[in-house]
Design a protein around this ligand. Structure first.
Ligand code: ASP
Length: 323
């Protein structure tokens, strides 16, 4: 899938995991809409940075994804959202975590990047910043997530919370728990700048205060004009332990195409991580405009647009790397 393309290029994902048939259509439509929005910005000479932010905002507003409106519920039945964004031109980055009701977490991540001296602000501080900048609020809890919560809680309880049983259950029913469908975008603009952004509600029934890979620069998100851009989705703890997005960018800097670099990183997960549940998906674009998408999970909802395709091409699978 190493597509050599001309600029500009955008790739988005709506999460790795198992996409149930009834959720497939809204997922595909959602990633297409996001990729289209991001590409329109790039075509009008917009920056990769604006393009990934706007594309991720479309998915945060959609309700079909585990980001923004429709985020997963934690163990206490509350939403705690994480997001990050990175500019490959300047290596500036912004990240937020543990947001309860900010409508667009990725926009607040950009505010951290542009308006503060910091890279990462979480919890109460992030809520304060959102207030200072009059950010729109919303209740992110949807009926669908409340239903999932009850289903997943039952699954947990049936496993009597003993870890080996829970692990067995996940092995047998990976579609039930954890439920993964974070969103992300990577882009290359006409001026050869790359950017990446990722936004998530984290995985369902996570512990209160748990922060995943999505807001961690280098783990869930990375962009550098000297290599490319990458956004990750899947079990955040694994992406953190392998500093996965930066690993992909390092491979691109060493000369691998975006597709080879994401394949390499998924292989690294398969080889080095022995956890029974290690679902992971990656999208990337290199500075030559080649795109990459691979995963070890049954599905990853994703889409891309290039000057060749003009319209978004979307799918529920990319390169599945099993070895
Ligand atoms: N990576 C996210 C997290 O662990 C979840 C996901 O990608 O769906 O928070």
């Amino acid at each position: 899938m190493s597509l050599a393309t001309s600029r500009p290029v955008i790739v988005v994902h709506g999460g790795a995991g198992t996409w149930q048939p009834e959720r497939s259509r809204p997922g595909i439509e959602g990633v297409k809409k996001a990729a289209k929005k991001g590409f329109e910005i790039l075509e009008k000479d917009g920056t990769a940075l604006d393009s990934v932010m706007e594309a991720v905002m479309v998915m945060e507003d959609d309700g079909a994804f585990n980001a923004g409106y429709g985020s997963s519920l934690n163990i206490e039945k509350a939403v705690e959202m994480d997001a990050s964004i990175m500019d490959g031109k300047t290596l500036k980055a912004g990240a937020v975590a543990l947001l309860k009701d900010v409508k667009n977490p990725v926009r607040l991540a950009k505010i951290v990047m542009d308006e503060t001296d910091h890279v990462f602000i979480a919890g109460e501080g992030a809520e304060k910043l959102a207030k200072l900048f009059n950010m729109e609020r919303m209740n992110p809890v949807t009926e669908l997530r409340l239903q999932y919560y009850e289903q997943q809680k039952k699954v947990l309880l049936e496993g009597k919370s003993a870890l080996p049983k829970l692990v067995d259950l996940i092995k047998k029913h990976p579609e039930l728990f954890p439920h993964l469908d974070t969103v992300g975008a990577v882009a290359l603009d006409k001026n050869r700048n790359v950017a990446a952004a990722t936004s998530t509600g984290g995985y369902a029934l996570k512990f209160v205060g748990r922060i995943g890979d999505s807001p961690l620069i280098g783990c869930g998100t990375y962009a550098d004009n000297e290599s490319g851009a990458c956004s990750a989705t899947g079990v955040g703890e694994i992406a953190i332990r392998l500093v996965l997005a930066k690993t992909v960018c390092d491979r691109m800097e060493a000369g691998l195409s975006a597709q080879k670099a994401v394949n390499y990183a998924i292989r690294l997960v398969n080889r080095r991580i022995t956890d029974s549940y290690r679902s992971m998906g990656l999208i990337a674009v290199d500075v030559h405009g080649r795109i990459g998408a691979s995963h070890n999970s049954p599905n990853m909802c994703w889409a891309y647009v290039t000057p060749k395709t003009k319209e978004p091409i979307a799918s529920l699978t990319a390169k599945i790397v099993k070895d």
